[in-house]
Design a protein around this ligand. Structure first.
Ligand code: TRP
Length: 458
């Protein structure tokens, strides 16, 4: 990393990315994670498949794209954590500090998301252990279910992995994320992609590929409800790490001369490909083994071991897959924790170590509730289901779209045209106009319509 000053008045307090590649890797590392491989298939499965996927893709392109550009832009102008950046920019553009609350909603969403994200990441670590100890061999449908059932029934096993995962995340954040992140992402992405491709070949030749692809890609609009549209939008925000402020945060470390639209395109492309690939792998296996698409958060843990089990030497791939998924989860978790930690460092003047520790512990404690949602408190259901279900619903489907909406409104309505143009100076005028139009009208109206629709107003 270098500390070179750019031609802007403000520079980041934590230095800048050493290159454009580091920024792309950091954002891709944030975007690609459990959201693509664990969450996308199970949410798509619960919401009927094809039509959900189509709506999800529409949300990615017409809502996610302009919002990601807006968030990077806000970060690069604000050069601080999301709360402070919004405060500074609000003051600069409008004399109004209240915009900081947008950053606050985002940080709170990140807090909630990381608390359960870490629990699920713990599941992947447990499956890594099972793979390398040969405990996933000779599986059939029932044993796969019972192995997963044992894990979710055991609060203590989940607690151990959740703790381990949080310790790793806190330790990396405490050291500063830029060292190591680049290497981790460069190693993990190609590895994960390779195994997914091997699994895809399995699904094509051994799985019930046609049934899977039909389910995933052929839309059946009779299955679309206002809630599934909201879920598709929430998933678009979740998978692109939008609305939480981590993209704003990473944008704060981006040198002035790098292209925001160019990097956004690359990141969205990779993220979407990985999610679709995961779906094309999972569903043929679901149908082949007589599982249900609606099997919920356990879906990848029920399906993939069955497929690996049938591939020669599959336990090797299986171990590798789950550990790489664990890595992918770490690079995402870093982006969930970093903004709150940066906020604490900048505002409370605590050291990085102390900030990472305090916030990390609070998130770790909150995670207990998600763990208990699968056992001791599994009967405690209200509104959207268990505590875990409610955390995910509130954070992904409400908080992320809400603050994403406000970020984009700020970037396109409040921020002076001259300022946004200056940030996007590398793109042709018509692409700029397209961004501004989408950020001003399409994305906000889209989000608001989906919200209104979900609460039954329209
Ligand atoms: N996008 C990540 C994934 O798909 C998770 C994630 C990281 C995230 N940072 C985020 C989700 C911020 C919402 C907001 O796994």
């Amino acid at each position: 990393m270098n500390n070179h000053q750019d031609n802007q008045e403000r520079s980041s307090l934590h230095g800048q990315w050493s290159s454009r590649l580091t920024f792309i890797l950091a954002v891709t590392g944030s975007a690609i994670g459990l959201g693509n491989i664990w969450k996308f298939p199970y949410i798509a499965g619960e919401n009927g498949g094809g039509a959900f996927v189509l709506i999800y893709l529409v949300c990615i392109f017409i809502i996610g794209f302009p919002i990601m550009v807006s968030e990077i832009m806000l970060g690069r102008r604000g050069r601080r954590n999301p709360i402070t950046s919004m405060k500074i920019l609000g003051q600069e553009e409008q004399g109004n500090e209240a915009w900081k609350y947008v950053g606050l909603i985002g940080l709170m969403a990140g807090f909630i998301i990381l608390s359960y994200y870490s629990v699920i990441a713990g599941w992947t670590l447990h499956y890594f252990k099972l793979s390398i100890f040969g405990e996933l061999s000779n599986l059939d449908n029932e044993t796969a279910q019972s192995i997963f059932g044992q894990l979710t029934a055991s609060a203590s096993t989940q607690l151990i992995y959740h703790t381990g995962f949080m310790i790793i995340t806190i330790a990396i954040i405490a050291k500063g994320i830029k060292n190591g992140l680049e290497r981790a992402v460069k190693l993990m992405m190609p590895g994960l992609l390779l195994i997914l491709i091997i699994l895809l070949l399995y699904s094509i030749f051994q799985g019930d590929f046609m049934a899977g692809v039909n389910f995933l890609l052929v839309p059946d609009f009779s299955k679309v409800t206002s809630q599934s549209i909201l879920a598709a939008m929430g998933q678009a925000f979740f998978t692109l790490s939008l609305g939480m402020g981590c993209i704003v945060m990473y944008g704060a470390y981006l040198p002035k001369n790098e292209s925001i639209v160019g990097t956004t395109s690359a990141i969205i492309f990779c993220d979407t490909m990985i999610a679709l690939l995961a779906g094309m792998v999972i569903f043929p296996i679901v149908f082949q083994f007589g599982l249900e698409p609606t099997d919920g958060p356990g879906l990848i843990f029920l399906t993939l071991p069955l497929a690996f089990n049938e591939i020669t030497g599959g336990y090797l791939f299986s171990g590798l897959f789950f550990i790489l998924l664990g890595f992918a989860a770490i690079t995402s978790a870093l982006s969930l924790l970093e903004p709150s930690v940066a906020w604490m460092i900048e505002n409370k003047n605590y050291s990085r170590n102390k900030s990472a520790f305090i916030i990390g512990i609070l998130i770790w404690l909150l995670g207990f509730l998600s763990i208990f949602s699968f056992n001791a408190l599994s009967e405690l259901t209200f509104w959207k289901g268990t505590l875990f279900d409610n955390f995910d619903y509130i954070a992904s489907n409400i908080m992320l779209p809400l603050s994403g909406l406000l970020f984009t409104i700020f970037a396109s309505w409040v921020m002076k045209r001259k300022h946004s143009m200056d940030e996007l100076s590398d793109i042709p005028a018509n692409v700029y106009r397209l961004w501004r139009f989408s950020a001003r009208y399409i994305a906000p109206i889209g989000v608001i319509l989906v919200f209104f629709n979900a609460i039954g107003i329209i």
